[in-house]
Write a protein that binds this ligand. Sequence first.
Ligand SMILES: [Zn+2]
Length: 65
Amino acid sequence: MSKAHRGRPLKEENPGAGRGSCPLCKRSGLKLLYAYEADDKKLAICKQCNAAVKTGKFKETIAAL
Ligand SMILES: [Zn+2]
């Protein structure tokens, strides 16, 4: 397993090193390396939001998207 979220593999596999604006926390310029899939929605979210979603947060934000 390569470190898909760090270093050279990240830059080779993601244009811009996977950076963008997170749809959940609305911050920009962070790495969106975690896939969220539910209810036919596919989101690329940041590390912090990935952890938050797992604890049950952002349900309303996701439903509103
Ligand atoms: Zn986020």
